[in-house]
Write a protein that binds this ligand. Sequence first.
Ligand code: SAM
Length: 176
Amino acid sequence: MPEKYWLSPLSAKNVNPNTPIGTKEVTGFAKGRVLDYGCGFGRLAPEFDDYVGVDLTEHRLAECRRQHPDKTFMLTTDLQSDAVFDTVILDNVLIHVPDDEIEDLLGDVTGFGERVIIAEHLGRHFRGRPLQWHRDLSEYEDIFECLGFTLMVTATVDNPNYRSAGKMSVMLWMPA
Ligand SMILES: C[S@@+](CC[C@H](N)C(=O)[O-])C[C@H]1O[C@@H](n2cnc3c(N)ncnc32)[C@H](O)[C@@H]1O
């Protein structure tokens, strides 16, 4: 059960507090009021003036608030369903969302903002480890098409630290 894992303090080892990889591309695609969905330790918080970070775990949020007292952090469950943002960022989050939950989650996040940025390593060939659901681009295209969104632009970022030297994709999805 992935949510149970992320609620455990042990999951902190899978949340890098300060990698710079893809940050420039993510910030370049973002505009206005930002929702950082699955914010981890709030790594992206300093990049934005108008920023809200949400995650599943109070223990990580407490650390976010300690490090970034000028920013807002809350549990995903405390996010109002009618909250409005310009940009929603999912940075290395969706690879941890199982196939039977991904459509509902993307349905929710596209309701929060019209610029949806996904940063992760694309490709099912990355699957095989517990609690990881890497996807092919075509899977995201199918889901977003149903939601009326289309891929506007992708930046590809070298990530020599990832498995056998992967390329991370930073994608901007917007209403078609
Ligand atoms: C690998 S970390 C990435 C953290 C952050 N986005 C970053 O780039 O530094 C994955 C984060 O996604 C969160 N997460 C996993 N599943 C989630 C879900 N269904 N909803 C919200 N957050 C989720 C985890 O709690 C964890 O903090």
